[in-house]
Ligand binder design. Structure first.
Ligand SMILES: Cc1ncc(COP(=O)(O)O)c(C=O)c1O
Length: 437
């Protein structure tokens, strides 16, 4: 019998076998759509900013090496299999940790809770843990309702907070209708429009929930003063403000939090809730967090401290990994790196826009989170395919298909970023030529 270190995990199936098996046992329409697009980026070997596909783009061709500029929405902020994170998990296992018991207290949860409180502004010093972003969003909405004794929730049109219960209710109808999931207490307003928010908000509303930079909505950047204005409206109406930092937090903008100077240096607010997911895992061990102000705690837990639990959320191993990630990503040198590369990325993308002003309507973003909006919706999809052929994985935004979102791992070097820009430029040049031919 083989020992564990000899066991093979990657490449046990050919690409053809995998597609068949996936269609049979996991999701057939997904396989069909990938085939229709003419590609199947199935991650095989992976390391740093790169991943190798399991098979070639066409039958008989060798695997492709791809730069992951999707980063799974921030899951791979530290790239794939960051050595310090992998070692942290191994050390935590060797050091005696396992999942822990959610009903009992946990040393690791206490330590991570303190670390988050130290990184968060104001009196955001309590944290409840989960596994997925949607679960942590559900917690924030639940807790807002318990605290305010109100039911209303206002979110942004095109925003995305997950596919679970309350999180799903905040989203666009495309995601909800199939599941007959709707609720008149949940309203959507245009993002970045303070007047619309003012009209919608009232004393029946428990919470306003916003992403710092709506990602699925098309990497939208609110006008300066929007978030402070929303904070003020929430205060005037006794409404809780939930900031979803699942994609835009943890250093992505070059500041640790998007709401704390990451959008505009002077726009700094203290939300009532801050939710993190994706990058909390470093792509190694899932964990999500819902941090909130101490004053909120007693309305939820005083009568029954066990009223909200998650068996696998806030596992001891997950907390150890997340703690290491926070240590790395909150380092001022790390954030300065993101800021510096962000400036270089912006310059490069603006040059691409200038060169293809007939195709590209706008580029926008912060730090290492950028969107390229095309005039025509189809070009967002076509550019994604051309970029994959150039060896760059990015994707069009689910709720704004004319926009491609680009989120390279935050550990990317200047040289690698220049390479990414060259490849994106080549892809758009090819797209432009094809459209003209
Ligand atoms: C901004 C944002 N919030 C929440 C979520 C939900 O996270 P999860 O898929 O881990 O439930 C996502 C997922 O894409 C997201 O992008």
């Amino acid at each position: 019998m083989k020992n564990n270190s000899e066991k093979k995990y990657i490449g046990t199936l050919s690409q053809t076998e995998l597609l068949k098996l996936y269609a049979k046992h996991v999701n057939k329409p997904k396989v069909q759509i990938f085939k229709q697009f003419g590609f199947a980026v199935i991650p095989g070997e992976r390391s740093g900013i790169y991943l190798k596909t399991l098979g070639g783009s066409k039958k008989g061709q060798p695997p492709m090496e791809i730069i992951n500029c999707r980063s799974s929405g921030g899951v791979f902020n530290l790239g794939h299999r960051h050595p310090e994170i992998v070692n942290e998990l191994k050390d935590a296992l060797n050091g005696g940790l396992d999942l822990g018991d959610h009903m009992l207290l946990s040393e690791q949860r206490a330590l991570l809770g303190r670390q988050l409180a130290e990184l968060l502004p104001g009196d955001l010093d309590k944290t409840t843990f989960g596994v997925s972003g949607g679960e942590a969003i559900d917690s924030a909405i639940k807790f807002s309702r318990a605290y305010t004794k109100r039911k209303g929730c206002i979110s942004a049109i095109g925003g995305y907070h997950g596919h679970t219960g309350f999180a799903l209710l905040t989203g666009d109808p495309d995601f909800k209708d199939t599941f007959l999931w709707n609720n008149p207490d949940f309203m959507q307003v245009p993002f970045g429009n303070l007047d619309a928010m003012e009209k919608a908000i009232n004393e029946d509303v428990a919470c306003v929930i916003l992403e710092g930079i709506p990602a699925t909505g098309g990497v939208l950047i609110a006008p300066e003063g929007y978030f402070p204005g929303v904070r003020e409206l929430c205060d005037e109406n006794g409404v809780m403000l939930i900031l979803d930092e699942v994609q835009s937090g943890l250093g992505r903008t070059g500041e640790f939090w998007s709401f704390d100077g990451g959008l505009y240096p002077n726009d700094k607010i203290v939300p009532d809730f801050v939710v993190c997911g994706k990058g909390m895992s470093s792509g190694i061990y899932p964990l999500s967090t819902c941090s909130y102000k101490s004053k909120i705690e007693k309305s939820i837990f005083k009568e029954d401290p066990f009223i909200h639990i998650s068996t696998t959320g806030g596992s001891d191993l997950g907390c150890a990994v997340a703690s290491k990630m926070l240590e790395i990503q909150s380092d001022p040198d790390f954030l300065a790196h993101v800021k510096k590369l962000g400036e270089s990325f912006e310059k490069g993308l603006r040059k691409i826009q200038y060169d293809h002003s007939d195709l590209i309507k706008e580029v926008r973003g912060r730090g290492l989170m950028w969107g390229i909006e095309f005039y025509e919706e189809i070009d967002g999809q076509l550019n994604m395919l051309h970029c994959i052929n150039e060896g760059v994985l990015l994707n069009y935004c689910g709720n704004n298909k004319a926009t491609d979102i680009i989120m390279p791992p935050l550990i990317i070097t200047q040289e690698q970023l220049t390479d990414v820009l060259d490849r994106i430029s080549n892809a758009i040049t090819r797209l432009s030529k094809l459209k003209k031919s």
